[in-house]
Design a protein around this ligand. Structure first.
Ligand code: KIV
Length: 280
């Protein structure tokens, strides 16, 4: 199989074939994701909460995102990979935004980068796009500015707020973004964005009226336990499975049930007897 390209994603949109996208952070998950048929993977700054145990995404660094993106690319060589620009990696200047975006391509062989914001980051989207890098915009609920938004809350629930989000979408497409993610908005807003844009529109918590969906692996397999957003559908409870396995291991060690003979190495033929004679 060859790597999924932006062209393939546009073809899927044209045919009405939904794009399946997931945030994940490590090599084994990436292998599972590719084997399961994901079209896209995001190495999201949500890794701050799901991997590092931070309260939010603000503390996440470029180094962390790049390290995880490199591991994910090794596990999923054929999936369209998006690197998430963390807080302060693109806000400070156009030059820094272009440099950091480029690092995802250089170090992790990513296909695109994602950054949060609408009208106010359109110039950054333009600068990164003009450097030849595919950009995915991210509007609606933008977790890096959750302090300004009053927390992790749904956005665009009044007509006036919805219109501003629509204007964000138009600005991001006009600035050259190739993809757009819309988070936690009413379905009417997603539908209006999808209808008035020509680039693929992906949703998380925005209903189904768009070209595809993204969720976070740690949420859908029940691994991240601090909170579960309303829009998450859970497909497994690995926290329970892992905790049970560890508890059984602890019990086996304490009871002397582990290790059993099959978990040990035998000496080579005749060597055990020789060894016994060497022991005082
Ligand atoms: O960081 C992340 O995982 C995200 C999701 C909300 C898609 O941006």
């Amino acid at each position: 199989m060859s790597r999924k390209s932006l062209y393939d994603l546009y073809q899927m949109k044209a045919k009405g074939e939904k794009i399946a996208w997931l945030t994940l952070y490590d090599y084994p998950s990436a292998q599972f994701g590719q084997a399961a048929g994901l079209d896209m993977i995001l190495v999201g700054d949500s890794l701050g909460m799901c991997v590092y145990g931070y309260n939010g995404t603000a503390a996440v660094t470029m180094e962390q995102c790049l390290g995880h993106a490199e591991a994910v690319r090794r596990g999923a060589p054929d999936v369209y990979l998006v690197g998430d620009l963390p807080f302060l990696s693109y806000q400070t200047s156009e030059a820094e935004a272009v440099y950091n975006a480029g690092m995802f391509l250089k170090k992790a062989d990513a296909d695109a980068v994602k950054l949060e914001g609408g009208v106010r980051v359109a110039n950054r989207v333009k600068a990164i796009s003009e450097a030849g890098i595919a950009v995915c915009g991210h509007i609606g609920l933008t977790p890096q500015s959750s302090g300004q938004l009053g927390g992790h809350k749904a956005q665009g629930r009044t007509a006036e707020a919805a219109k501003l989000i629509l204007e964000d979408a138009w600005a991001i497409e006009k600035a050259g973004a190739k993809l757009l993610l819309v988070e936690a908005v009413p379905p009417e807003v997603t539908e209006a964005i999808h209808r008035t844009l020509s680039i693929p529109v992906l949703g998380i918590g925005g209903g189904g009226a768009c070209d595809g969906q993204v969720l976070i692996l740690s949420d859908i397999i029940g691994q991240f336990q601090a909170f579960t957003p309303k829009f998450v559908k859970k497909y497994a409870n690995v926290a329970e499975i892992i905790t049970k396995a560890i508890a059984e291991y602890v019990r086996d060690v304490k009871d002397g049930q582990f290790p059993a003979a099959e978990h040990t190495y035998g000496m080579l033929p005749g060597e055990a007897e020789k060894f016994r004679q060497m022991i005082p």
